[in-house]
Structure formats: C-alpha cells, structure tokens
Design a protein around this ligand. Structure first.
Ligand code: ME8
Length: 516
C-alpha cells in the first residue's frame, strides 16, 4: 500500500470573511486527512490563504492600508477559523511568505526554461473578482447593457505588455492525460466539462501583469508581476519544499493525491495547473475533486445580501461535531446543497440524538444498571450476534473505499446502516426482558452491542472526533487502541465502564416546539 497521502484545500482569498462555504471545503479535507492518518498513512494536509492580486490590492486600498498590513490582519480570520474548527492541517501557507515567493519564481523559471513562456501584449477582458481573463464570446449580458463574466462579475478591458504561457501547446497532452487517467478529475460531470473545454481549443494564457504592483515579481523582469493564479497554484509545491525536488519530503508527497476545490475553480486546477506542471517537468496531481455549492435558504451566499453564514455562530449554537456531521451528511460530496437551520436541527435530532445517541446511551446504561458497569463476558454467540459483529468489523473496508473516492456522504450512510441494524438488534433481543430469566444471554447481547459501538466510534473519529473520542472513553478504549489497525482487537470483558453520559443533545426549537 502506498503509505503517504497529500491532500490540499484551495487557499482562500483574504479579502472575504470566512463563511460556511470555506469552512466546508477544509472540513471535508480534514475528515479525509484524519481518516487516512487513522488508517496508518503519513499525511500532509495543507490549507492557507491567497494574498496577492488585484482583488486583494483593491480591498486593501478600500480599507486605507498597505496590502501587506491588510493581509496580515485579515488572513488571521482564516487562521482563527481553522483553530475554532480544530482542523488537523499540517501546514498553513500564506502566499506572501518568502518560501512561497522563492518557490513560485522557481516554477516560473522552470516553465520558462522549457520554452513555454514568451513576451507579448495582452488586450482583452479581465474580471478582478474572479482574477480571470475571459474571451468576448464567454461574456454574458449584464444590467445596463454592460457585459459581465459568466460568473456575474464585472469585467474591465485590459491592455498591457504581458508574458504568455503556451497553453495551446498543452491541449493534446492534457487530453491524453485525462484519457489515460479517467479519475483525475472527479466527479465525472466535472471531468466531462473540462475535457470538452480542452477539446474546444486552448488559447495561450497571459501570465503576468504590469498595471498594478501587489504580486510576485517575474524573475528577470520585475516590472511584471506573476498572474495571481500561477503564483497561488504553486503553493501546493511550496509546502513540500519546492524547488528542492530531491528533498525527501518533496519526493514523498508529490504528486498530490487530491486537490479538493469548489466547482468554481476547477478550470484553474484541471487545465492551467497540470499544464504548468507538465511544462515544468513535474507530474500533475493524481486527482482534482470539485465539490458543489452551498446556498442559504435557497439564496446565493453573498456580502451584498448579507446572508453569508458564519461557521463560528453555528459552532456556538450546535457544537462542532453536529456542524461537521450535518455538512458532510446532508449533501453528496460533489453536489450543490442548501443550508437551513431547520434541516440541520432535523439531522441532529434524527441521526445523532435518536439513532447514534440512543444506541450508545441505552447499551451503556443497561451495562451500568444490570451489570454494575462491568462489561459482561459473551458466551454462546447466536447467528444474529455473529451477523452484527461481522457487519461492524467489515464496515472499515467499505467506508475506507468510500473515503478514498471522497464519497463522504456514502461513508456516513454506510456507518449509519450499521447503527440502524444495531438499534433493530436491541429492539428484537430485548435485553431488558431477557435479563430477568437469562442474565448470561443479556450479557452477551450487551457485549455484542458494546463491541459494535466500538467499531462504529473508531471510524467516526474522522468525522466527529470529539464525540467519537468520548464514546471510546466511555468504553475505556486506551489511546493506543484507537487506530483502525486496532479494530481487530476486542473489548475486554470485566473492565468497569464509567457512568454513561449522553453525547448528543436533542434540539427543541420554538418553531417545532417538539421533542423534549
Ligand atoms: O478561489 N459553497 O479563493 P476563494 C461551497 N484564492 N464552497 C464554497 C462556497 C460556497 N458557497 N464559497 C466558497 C479562491 N467556497 C482562490 C483559490 S487555490 C490555489 C486559490 C469554497 O476565497 C470553495 O472551495 O474565493 C471554493 O472553491 C473556495 O471556497 C474559493 O475560495
């Protein structure tokens, strides 16, 4: 088995306040990174902030401060969010760091040395919000007869000397690469989109600007600054030591296993980025996974609508694990989703409080009250006992396959299938009745349940780490027995379990007035 795993988030523009959309991407990566670590891999999980470009320069000017002072301040919002969300990232990169400036200039030089850069002049449309060039035919009509980018952003006419990247020369190599590596862009719908974009013909790409200053100087031509996307994409190399391609870290982690991005920025990651890399003599990433877009109560999230959801507020109200669970369970990873508090409360109450919470609480409470908290010894195992135990121990295999496809919602559904089976098992085995006539059988049933809960909680550590950790605490599973390799060991009968505490509270809302 390949024992290393390199996963990245997009690195976010510092001009925006972080919202639930940014939190979502990093959260998904965090789950995958934790899962891979628990599965014995050496993981590199990278996130960070994108601090150069015209958009940030304008935002700094509006705030009346120098760009560096501005980015120092606002990038802190993303670092604070990362702390609050307890992401397990191994590195937080900022594109204004000297290590990144060095790496992106080295990447430029490598591309230049291969003959893929030439000097010309750019004349055309540019969208500052997207930091992207658009061809005339891509523009759409906007209000007042003004043209707009397909994303709805304003465009301006730009005319300036510029270096170009020979993107047109990479059309065939890219198509070949995607033909040979059909999983290199996921989901399939995104791959089809990108392949048809490439097949439509690629134009050379303007990769330097001269009309503003906030960026990384082009090596040997400091009156130019590097196009912000070339600068920022290089972050994935910077963090593993580029340009030192002989270093053990670089050799170990490149190519990245997956760049997780939102669907808005697939073209940059799946067209420009692999072309830059191939031109520089480096391998393209193994996969770009593009997830869908969150709206809020049916509306696009935006500053002007004032409806951007602050993840901190949700963590305060519902707790971190409930937010993690909701975002990953509600929508298949790759699809769009709509955020609503009602949907979140519904998920928390039904899946966390009712299904998982009840399973843990009733199994552990019965051990407490019928066996004074001492984990009973299983005696003769019935077919039903064996079936449930086997389902629980086989779960790792199916969940691992789903996580390696980034199918996080499938992974949770698979776990919850066993949670439901275990709840049905308690209902039909009725240990509360059986114990009156056959304490040994009731003890066996409770052991089987505790062991099933252990298997479930081991896997859930990647998704809802605090809650899963507390379940394992209640089962007295030692710290060194919490990796997936330990799943083949079993709970030890005779151990005294602490008095169980409820882990997932139910939410009562004024609207529902329901459930207490
Ligand atoms: O594009 N729903 O940064 P960015 C889901 N700096 N995800 C969302 C979202 C939403 N409503 N809104 C944002 C950039 N995202 C560049 C990236 S990478 C080398 C450079 C997430 O701050 C989603 O992952 O605009 C999207 O791709 C990313 O935030 C864009 O962040």
């Amino acid at each position: 088995m390949n024992n290393r795993y390199y996963i990245t988030t997009p690195i976010y523009y510092v001009n925006d306040a972080p919202h639930i959309g940014h939190a979502y991407t990093t959260l998904a990566c965090d789950v995958i990174a934790r899962f891979m670590r628990l599965d014995g891999r050496e993981v590199m999980f990278l996130t960070g902030t994108d601090e150069h470009g015209q958009k940030v320069e304008k935002a700094a000017a509006n705030a009346g401060v120098a760009p560096q002072a501005f980015t120092d301040k606002v990038s802190q919002n993303f670092r604070s969010l990362a702390q609050r969300m307890k992401y397990s990232h191994d590195d937080f990169i900022r594109t204004t760091e000297p290590r990144h400036i060095k790496a992106s200039q080295a990447l430029w030089k490598a591309i230049e040395a291969s003959g893929n850069i030439y000097l010309g002049a750019y004349e055309g449309w540019y969208s500052v919000r997207d930091e992207a060039f658009f061809a005339e035919e891509e523009l759409v009509p906007g209000p007042g007869g003004k043209k707009r980018a397909p994303t709805g952003a304003d465009v301006e006419w730009v005319k300036e000397p510029s270096y170009f990247f020979k993107l047109s020369a990479w059309q065939e190599p890219l198509l070949r690469y995607y033909e040979q590596n059909p999983l290199a862009i996921q989901p399939d719908s995104r791959r089809n989109e990108i392949v048809s974009f490439i097949s439509g013909g690629l134009r050379d790409l303007s990769i330097s600007r001269t009309s503003f200053k906030w960026g990384i100087p082009v090596p040997g031509a400091p009156e130019h600054i590097m196009y912000v996307w070339l600068d920022v994409l290089a972050n994935y190399l910077t963090a593993i030591g580029y340009p030192d391609t002989d270093s053990p870290t670089f050799k170990r982690f490149w190519p990245a296993d997956v760049h997780v991005v939102g669907k808005d920025i697939v073209r940059f990651h799946a067209v420009y980025w692999p072309a830059f890399l191939m031109a520089a003599g480096l391998e393209p990433p193994r996969r770009v996974f593009a997830h869908g877009w969150w709206t809020v109560e049916g509306e696009k999230m935006s500053k002007s609508l004032g409806n951007a959801i602050d993840p901190n507020v949700l963590v305060d109200r519902f707790g971190l694990d409930a937010l993690r669970y909701f975002l990953l369970r509600e929508v298949p990873f790759g699809n769009d989703g709509d955020f609503s508090q009602a949907a979140m409360i519904q998920r928390i109450n039904s899946d966390l409080a009712n299904d998982l919470g009840n399973l843990c609480q009733r199994s552990l409470s019965m051990i407490q009250s019928y066996f004074a908290g001492v984990l009973p010894k299983p005696e003769h195992l019935s077919d039903r006992d064996k079936t449930l135990l086997e389902q629980a121990s086989m779960l790792h295999q199916t969940v691992a396959a789903s996580v390696s496809r980034q199918a996080l919602n499938d992974a949770l559904q698979e776990i919850w299938r066993v949670v439901s089976d275990a709840n049905r098992y308690v209902d039909s085995e009725k240990p509360w009745t059986v114990r009156k006539t056959d304490a040994v059988r009731a003890g066996t049933v409770l052991y089987v349940l505790a062991e099933t809960v252990r298997q479930i909680a081991l896997l859930l550590q990647a998704f809802i780490p605090d809650s899963a950790g507390r379940i394992l605490d209640q089962l007295v599973v030692p710290a060194d027995q919490r990796t997936f390799a330990a799943r083949s060991s079993q709970l030890v009968s005779g151990v005294t379990l602490p008095k169980p505490e409820g882990i997932f509270p139910r939410y009562v809302t004024e609207e529902t007035g329901a459930a207490k």
